[in-house]
Design a protein around this ligand. Structure first.
Ligand code: VG1
Ligand code: CO
Length: 542
């Protein structure tokens, strides 16, 4: 094997965000850009000699170029085996499962998730560790530090046909092109009562699944249509396209509006769902009933024991800080612990590995469990289907039953996108400085009880992550959270998370916007959103 050493120099800005390194495709196309980052990964991550590396992506533009190069570099860096999904396809949860199943030391997931794709859009690289989960902060920091000193990358010659299943050799390394769906589908069959769901389908239960022309299509067709018997056509936009058909594969009420409209129409099917670019997130809409992701987490946790994989009960429930407290109420009722982590799935890994939590979730429509170490869109859909099939209830009836027992956390997230970075930073800095003066102040009918900048101490490894969002708690139990996104590639995105709790004897069937109106006004007054950004309304409300 002849290893070529290619001299390089550091490229600024290769700092991974909430979920890997995300930049415009044009940035990734600069000579050495992807190579520097991948070499930095190989230089710092733990791996035995001859280790196995998993490579796959969401099918977006530029995936194939980077996969070919990553294979050549892995061989030069002493990996013994690469497992790559056929066509370069592996959803994020499937990649997590493959890493765990085949004892890989880690994996490269090529995705920018919900960000749009194509020559002028976004690309991303994420490294997952041997437990199948996103690299924790200590690892991403080490990778970033290495990108700042890197002076060479290594490669061998060679090309692999990633469209044909089978084994070939590059340098001294074996490359196995695997079926991206098979292992994952088998795992889902072990976790869920497919027979019960099949009976419901035979009894006329109908759904729409919108794969948004991204990675989940092949998984959804295999599982929903072939194995569960939903009619052909149940999966819409099921072929992964390099540009996702020009859409944002972000499963929310703005970008999955077609699905929402179909579910609100007369004669809507029983259940609607969508997933994002890399298949780790989900949108759940029942006939005439939208379920907020925070509520979905709570409702899944409350009913998970109805699925065979969770029949023994849950060990604990974890949620990201901005996610509503609905899941905490379920944990309390079940007598199990609840955990509050910073945004991003990497913070759940330790809790899952240590057996402290079984189910985790984020307000951004990510839910998952200890079956892998990523959030998992289809998993959430299947758990919903399992629960509905066993209970014989509609989504709306299940939601009403849940609220009658636990109360309702009215919730919304307001996103201000592509804000000038300096303006967004100034807003956050001013609000941070004002936090200590907020308690006791009134905003309309609301009075502040406490305000802080969220800092997380990991109960397993003791590491601390500071500055994870600004929280303002009101005496009535309502809450506003402010944070800046860590996944965007243009300017800054301000996220404002609003939550108002109504106990079981309170108002259960009001419009969310009405219930949050006082909080929305308070958010602008205390943070000066319009003053700093010039915006009078958010770009996206979810
Ligand atoms: C967003 C979401 C966060 C999620 C992250 C990655 O991050 O808010 O909950 O974990 O995307 O999801 P941010 O920093 O933009 O708020 V995905 O599906 O892009 O891998
Ligand atoms: Co995603």
């Amino acid at each position: 094997m002849t290893v070529e050493t290619i001299p390089t120099s550091p490229i600024a800005g290769q700092k991974p965000g909430t979920s890997g390194l995300r930049k415009k495709v044009r940035v990734f196309q600069q000579p050495g850009y992807a190579e520097n980052f991948i070499q930095a990964v190989f230089d710092v991550v733990e791996r035995p000699a001859g280790a196995t590396l998993v490579i796959g992506g969401d099918g977006r533009f530029h995936n194939r170029v980077v996969i070919a190069q990553a294979i050549r570099m892995a061989a030069a860096n002493g990996y013994g085996r690469v497992l790559v999904g056929q066509g370069g396809i592996l959803s994020t949860p499937a990649a997590s499962h493959v890493i765990r199943t085949y004892g890989a030391s880690g994996g490269l997931i090529l995705s920018a998730s919900h960000n749009p794709a194509g020559p002028d859009e976004d690309f991303g690289i994420k490294y997952n560790i041997a437990n199948g989960g996103p690299a924790p902060e200590a690892v991403t920091e080490a990778i970033y530090a290495r990108t700042q000193t890197i002076d060479r990358w290594l490669a061998v010659a060679g090309d692999v046909d990633i469209d044909s299943i089978g084994t070939s050799v590059v340098g001294d390394m074996t490359v196995e092109v695997i079926d991206p769906v098979a292992d994952y589908a088998a795992l889902m069959e072990r976790l869920f009562d497919f027979a019960a769901i099949r009976r419901a389908v035979a009894g006329g239960f109908r759904m729409i699944f919108d794969a948004m022309s991204a990675v989940t299509g092949p998984y959804a067709v295999e599982i929903l249509e072939r194995r569960l018997g939903f009619p052909a056509g149940t999966v819409r936009n099921g072929t992964p396209l390099e540009d996702f058909g020009g859409h944002h594969p972000d499963p929310n009420l703005v970008h999955a509006k077609d699905l929402y409209d179909a579910m609100m129409a007369p004669g809507a099917p029983d259940f609607g769902a969508a997933s994002d670019g890399d298949g780790d997130r989900n949108l759940i809409i029942g006939r005439h009933r939208f379920i907020t992701p925070s509520d979905s987490l709570a409702m899944l946790a409350a009913n998970a024991h109805l699925a065979p994989g969770y029949a023994g009960g849950l060990k604990g429930i974890a949620r990201s800080m901005p996610t509503s407290a609905a899941a905490d109420l379920v944990a309390k009722a079940l007598g199990i612990p609840s955990y509050e982590t910073p945004t991003g799935w990497k913070f759940f890994g330790n809790l899952l590995d240590a057996g402290l939590a079984t189910i985790c979730g984020e307000e951004s429509a990510g839910t998952g469990s200890d079956h892998v170490r990523e959030k998992d869109g289809l998993w959430a859909v299947l758990l919903w289907l399992n629960i509905l099939a066993v209970r014989g209830l509609s989504v709306d009836a299940l939601a009403r039953e849940h609220w009658a027992r636990f109360g309702r956390n009215y919730y919304a997230r307001h996103d201000y996108e592509a804000v000038e970075t300096a303006a967004a930073n100034a807003l956050m800095a001013e609000l941070t400085a004002a936090l200590s003066s907020l308690p006791g102040r009134a905003f309309g009918p609301l009075s502040v009880a406490a305000a802080d900048s969220f800092s997380y101490s990991d109960p397993v490894d003791g590491s601390t992550s500071a500055n994870q969002g600004l929280r303002v708690l009101f005496t009535c139990g309502s809450r506003i959270v402010f944070r800046l996104s860590g996944t965007g590639t243009e300017g800054a995105t301000l996220r404002v998370y609003l939550e108002a709790y109504q106990p079981p004897d309170g108002a259960m069937d009001r419009e969310t916007a009405d219930m949050l109106a006082d909080l929305i006004a308070a958010a602008d007054t205390m943070a000066g959103i319009t003053r700093h950004t010039g915006r009078t309304r958010p770009d996206v409300v979810t």
